[in-house]
Design a protein around this ligand. Structure first.
Ligand code: S3P
Length: 739
């Protein structure tokens, strides 16, 4: 099979970017055939003397021979060149560019031959500097730098994958973005700073005494004006190509300066201090991150606490964020599929975003998520690349356990790590059965993460799970897709079946009988479209909130009501909750409904054991419902709750006791006596669901509830505080930097 090193690469333009790419490609693959086209014979000669190109060519010769052509010339030149280039190209050559503004280039491509459009994959390495020309080219220019691909609708996965592979091969981290978002982002972070640098220098020049002034210019001037040394032609091109987005951020900046000027005239020392402090912190954090190579420490989160004021009622219609379980799985299956998978409603929470980052690290091009939309250019079952660093799964047990199954079967080694909470969670429940399939997995002491995985050929097994865990089931089915023969997983009680449903959505046959799911290894996944419903586990906070706050009446839109997830509906209804499912429908293989919830006095219940896996994530907020209900609620058989993001029985018991609730805990459950709730300070123990549950409790508390350690709310429910306030809770958020 032909590998990337066997491809002929043509670079048009041997400036800083094109020259550095030639150097880097040569460094990575000394045997690679690299053709170069440039108007400047000196650049070609220098590159040849440096041994980084195989041949200097005319455009036509390069276009005939190349497998991949990189247009490393300014944006307006690309537009002029394209109509000339297209008829010269051989029929398989993929073309990409490096332009810093994409919309105009993409518009120019839209007018060209459809066959060419499928093969033009726009790209942008964010690695330039004020230097230009081949003389400035450096072999390591792209190492650990971001390259943004902005694939267009006509692109197929194979074209995108080839461009991805090239940039990955020179050490870059390849991201995906929509064309519009790219241009907006770059206008703010790159084009505006260039305007300011050029403008500062030029405006000083226009001052009468400019010579004299510039004589005294020193470090500050040098630092700020560095970008004004950039190539004039290229930047005039970029501003013309991205005039609209740049003008927009410039308008904002001009308004800002006017405000600042007013503060200056008023000698507003305090106001300026505030601005400068804020800016300094943002810049310091950015620099720390920018030069920070180890992603596992990226999440040095701020310390966020919540304060929920007592009372209030809920009203209105809302859509809570996308389902976390389905979002994780959509990335996994989309990445492994053949073809392009389009996703809507994706959860833009940290857990799911870490899964996206992991697949990017394994060479998958993923565009977005932007407003819940995401496009995944599948690499096929055998297309993942060895990660270059440990894969950081943050707070997510689901991501770690599912990926363990997948990675066990790859032909490379990998490491899975997580945050403090995840690194305490048990992994032998997946490592043991995976080892039975032939996997080579090392855990840290006590079966905890990090996991060291050496990919191995696996064989299918028949596995009877001791616990009803969808994570274990999904992990084994993912491993089973690669295993020889049949993998069959049986569960002691029904637990969420999103993996089985999604496998079928991606056209992989799954056999479901009684309480077992089985599949044969060795098939393939066909890309599809996915509409992720709202997460019933996030909706649960509002269901309980509306149930306990007198006068409440809310409608939660587009909530997933998969029968393996509806324990919260059954239990709240059993407690006397007033819940109505409206417009029940099926969306992409998952049942969905709008859910109306009205206040209703609740009563305590004995929780039926078979409901536990169906409501496994909802117990923190159900305990709040129990504390507000009349009588006792008893839960037994739920020891699993002790190994979630926190020990949820303990964390809730301590918190509820602080609020004066009478309760008793057991190794496998809790007994809660409903009554009045007081005020108090709660430690969420870094568990998102504990934090949100206590924010809901404030609706019935006698005073404020302050909740510490809430940064992880963002793992599953970005925008919780805003939505809660919109609905009628009164929650404020305080941020301070972690020590
Ligand atoms: C999940 C399964 C459940 C659940 C978790 C998500 C999944 O865990 O608690 O939040 O997406 O498969 P277990 O399988 O460990 O019960």
């Amino acid at each position: 099979m032909q590998g990337f090193a066997d491809k002929t690469i043509a670079i048009v333009g041997l400036g800083l970017i094109g020259g550095s790419l030639a150097r880097a490609l040569r460094g990575a693959n000394p045997g690679q055939r690299i053709l170069a086209v440039d108007n400047d014979p000196r650049a070609l000669q220098q590159a040849q003397e440096a041994g980084v190109i195989s041949e200097a060519c005319e455009l036509a010769a390069a276009a005939q021979q190349a497998d991949l052509m990189v247009l490393a010339i300014p944006p307006l030149m690309i537009e002029t060149l394209l109509p000339e280039l297209v008829p010269l190209l051989n029929t398989h050559c993929i073309v990409t560019d490096v332009g810093s503004a994409k919309e105009q280039i993409v518009a120019a491509v839209a007018a060209l031959d459809p066959d060419f459009r499928a093969r033009f994959v726009p790209g942008h390495p964010i690695a330039g500097s004020e230097q230009s020309g081949f003389a400035a080219a450096r072999v390591e220019l792209f190492a650990e730098r971001k390259v943004i691909l902005t694939p267009i609708a006509d692109n197929d996965s194979a074209s995108v994958a080839l461009v991805h592979e090239m940039w990955r091969g020179v050490g870059a981290e390849v991201m995906g973005m929509s064309v519009q978002r790219h241009d907006q982002v770059l206008a703010a972070t790159s084009h505006l700073p260039h305007v300011l640098a050029f403008a500062l220098v030029d405006s000083l020049l226009q001052l009468k005494e400019s010579d004299d002034i510039l004589r005294y210019a020193a470090g500050g001037f040098a630092d700020f004006s560095r970008l004004a040394s950039s190539d004039a032609r290229m930047w005039a091109d970029i501003f013309v190509a991205n005039s609209y987005a740049t003008a927009k951020v410039l308008d904002h900046y001009i308004d800002y300066l006017q405000q600042f000027r007013a503060g200056l005239e008023a000698r507003d020392h305090k106001g300026m201090m505030e601005v400068f402090r804020r800016a300094k912190k943002t810049r310091d954090d950015f620099i720390a991150r920018h030069y920070q190579k180890d992603s596992s420490t990226e999440m040095q989160a701020e310390n966020i606490s919540l304060e929920a004021s007592p009372g209030g009622k809920l009203s209105g219609e809302f859509r809570v964020p996308g389902d976390k379980s389905i979002s994780h799985r959509s990335v996994i299956f989309g990445a492994l599929a053949d073809g392009v998978t389009e996703i809507e409603g994706f959860l833009e929470g940290e857990d799911a975003l870490n899964t996206v980052a992991a697949f990017r690290e394994m060479g998958v091009t993923i565009v977005g998520p932007e407003n819940g939309k995401m496009t995944i250019y599948g690499v096929g079952m055998q297309g993942l690349k060895a990660p270059r660093k440990p894969l950081y799964m943050g707070n997510s047990g689901t991501a770690m356990r599912l990926l363990a199954g997948l990675l066990a079967a790859q032909n490379f080694a990998s490491e899975l790590t997580g945050d403090e909470s995840l690194n305490r969670r048990p992994m032998n429940r997946v490592a043991d059965p995976l080892r039975q399939m032939g996997a080579d997995i090392q855990t840290a002491e006590g079966g905890r993460p990090p996991l060291q995985i050496k990919g191995k050929p696996l064989s299918g097994i028949d596995y009877d799970m001791q616990i009803a865990s969808a994570q274990v089931k999904s992990c084994l089915l993912l491993a089973g897709m690669y295993a020889k023969g049949r993998t069959r997983v049986c569960e002691p009680a029904p637990c969420r079946d999103h993996t089985e449903r999604m496998l079928q959505g991606f056209a992989w046959p799954v056999n479901l009988e009684n309480n077992c799911a089985s599949l044969e290894g060795g098939a393939s996944l066909q890309a599809t479209t996915i509409d992720v419903p709202s997460d019933i586990s996030s909706a649960a906070f509002f269901m309980v909130a509306a149930s306990i706050a007198p006068g409440s009446d809310i409608l939660l839109r587009h909530v997933g009501i998969n029968p393996t997830r509806t324990g919260i509906l059954a239990l709240l209804t059993q407690m006397g909750g007033d819940i109505q499912l409206l417009d029940e429908r099926e969306v992409g293989g998952e049942p969905v409904a709008d859910i109306r919830v009205r206040y209703s006095p609740l009563k305590g219940i004995v929780i039926p054991e078979q409901q536990i896996p169906l409501a496994i994530d909802e117990f923190p907020v159900l305990f709040v419902a129990a504390a507000c209900a009349e009588g006792e609620t008893v839960l037994r058989g739920a020891e699993e709750l002790r190994v979630k993001e926190s020990d949820r029985i303990e964390a809730m018991a301590v918190g509820l006791k602080t609020l004066g609730v009478e309760l008793e805990t057991y190794p496998d459950g809790i007994r809660i006596v409903g009554g009045k709730l007081g005020a108090g300070d709660i430690d969420s123990q870094g568990d998102h669901r504990i934090a949100m549950a206590f924010a809901v409790a404030a609706l019935r508390a006698s005073g404020p509830i302050r909740i510490a350690d809430c940064a992880n709310v963002a793992t599953s429910f970005p925008g919780f505080v805003e939505l809660a306030n919109q609905a009628g809770l009164q929650v404020s958020q305080q941020k301070e930097k972690s020590p």
